[in-house]
Design a binder for this molecule. Structure first.
Ligand SMILES: *Cc1c(COP(=O)(O)O)cnc(C)c1O
Length: 406
């Protein structure tokens, strides 16, 4: 069986442009309006189809960007979700994927060849670390991991051999912030492409492209979807980069199902409201746990020291719904804390409407050796709390009473 044609980068003329002056909440609601094929429906429908009838003059029509071919390559419901994210990130182009890892692997495989070097934080999402440590070296890509301390001096980390710089800020689970503008300046001087995973921050709290970063990657399974009911990913950036990523995407094959794309669009429309409430709840929970006698250390974006506060103030609008803290009594105390919670649910994702808590050393970071975990501060007593949109007082009360009994 032969695969369908590779996708031709189509002109994105399908969406009504919004006025220049609208803010993010308005963008989240009104971007993605298209009148070319939706019968005027205010809620854009689900095109649950694998293929499309196309005009006999296929090549001409496709060149003008107004036909679809096959849902692994393109689908109207996917395009609406991608347009919302494009608008929120202030990007030229965007694409959605079947998962965040699908988005990340397509991005890295697009820009890396044998002999190239990637410079990456050692403090990255576990799945991304597995990709960098387990898969890419088999294709001759060299990975240079930098610690949080080294990452404050990007000029010492990047060399002329560096093809891609991969960052997360704030990091997960310790919520350290890295100076995106500085990294972008240094990488641009040596010709490296900068990629930022913006999942933790969300486009509401941080705009990496405005800091000079080239490509933004998301797990849309977290705050973008926002209801813990879908798996999705996205990439946003310059049109020339997205055209190349699209070609990789079409052969790796991790398209977003149209129904999940519909749910993602529906979720993103309330992103601003949710992220504002989550960030306020995160701030309140951090204030409540940081001085608690059962807590050894508490982590929140910008809270490490004056330098990190300055970076957070410069590049973030809000902070986060995520808070991490280490119980003084270690793993046993962490377990008692989980048992003591009555509202917050124990689960290993974040960014949803419900507050969730997990123990990173047992879930997202269990692939680290004990020595690696210790050196990164991901100890057995560390818990990560993702604040939902409940009343602040209720979450604070649940967390502090579970801490009292831990
Ligand atoms: C969850 C997550 C991913 C992976 O996304 P999936 O949608 O689960 O594939 C990547 N990066 C970060 C920061 C994440 O939290």
């Amino acid at each position: 069986m032969t695969a369908p044609d590779p996708p031709v980068p189509a002109p994105r003329k399908r969406f009504e442009p919004l006025p220049e002056w609208v803010g993010p909440s308005t963008r989240a609601v009104h971007s993605g309006r298209r009148d070319d094929l939706n019968a005027g429906a205010v809620a854009f429908p689900i095109y649950e189809t694998s293929t499309y009838r196309y005009p006999a003059e296929y090549s001409e029509a496709r060149h003008q960007g107004d036909v679809h071919l096959y849902t692994r390559l393109d689908n109207p419901t996917q395009e609406v979700a991608a347009e919302l994210l494009r608008s929120l990130e202030g990007a030229e182009a965007a694409r959605v994927f079947g998962s965040g890892m699908g988005a990340m692997s397509a991005t890295l495989l697009t820009f890396l060849s044998p002999g190239d070097e990637v410079v990456a934080l050692e403090d990255l999402y576990g799945g991304t670390l597995d990709l960098l440590r387990g898969l890419l070296p088999r294709f001759g890509v060299q990975v240079r991991f930098v610690s949080n301390a080294e990452a404050s001096r990007p000029e010492d980390c990047v060399s002329p051999r560096t093809r891609v710089v991969l960052l997360e800020s704030p990091t997960n689970p310790l919520l350290r912030v890295h100076d995106l503008r500085r990294w972008a300046e240094v990488a641009t001087r040596t010709g490296a492409l900068t990629v930022v995973d913006n999942t933790v921050a969300t486009p509401l709290n941080q705009s990496p492209l405005a800091c000079g970063i080239d490509v933004v990657v998301h797990s849309a399974s977290k705050a973008l979807g926002g209801h813990s009911d879908l798996i999705a990913g996205a990439v946003a950036g310059k049109a020339e980069h997205l055209a190349r990523i699209e070609r990789t995407h079409s052969v790796l094959g991790s398209p977003l199902d149209p129904f999940a794309a519909f749910l993602l669009t529906r979720g993103m429309k309330t992103l601003a409201l949710r992220v504002e409430r989550q960030s306020e709840n995160g701030r309140r929970v951090f204030a409540a746990v940081r001085g608690h006698p059962k807590v050894r250390a508490a982590h929140y974006p910008g809270a490490d020291d004056a330098a990190s506060e300055a970076i957070a103030r410069k590049q973030m609008r809000g902070r986060s719904g995520l808070v991490a803290f280490e119980l003084a009594g270690g793993a046993e105390a962490a377990r008692r804390f989980l048992h003591g919670l009555r509202l917050v649910e124990v689960a290993s994702s974040f960014g949803g409407v419900e507050s969730l808590v997990s123990v990173p050393s047992e879930t997202s970071h269990r692939g680290l050796t004990p020595a690696e975990a210790e050196s990164r501060g991901i100890r057995p007593g560390l818990v990560r709390l993702s604040c939902g949109i409940e009343e602040s007082d209720d979450i604070v009360r649940d967390v502090t009473s579970a801490l009292d009994g831990a």
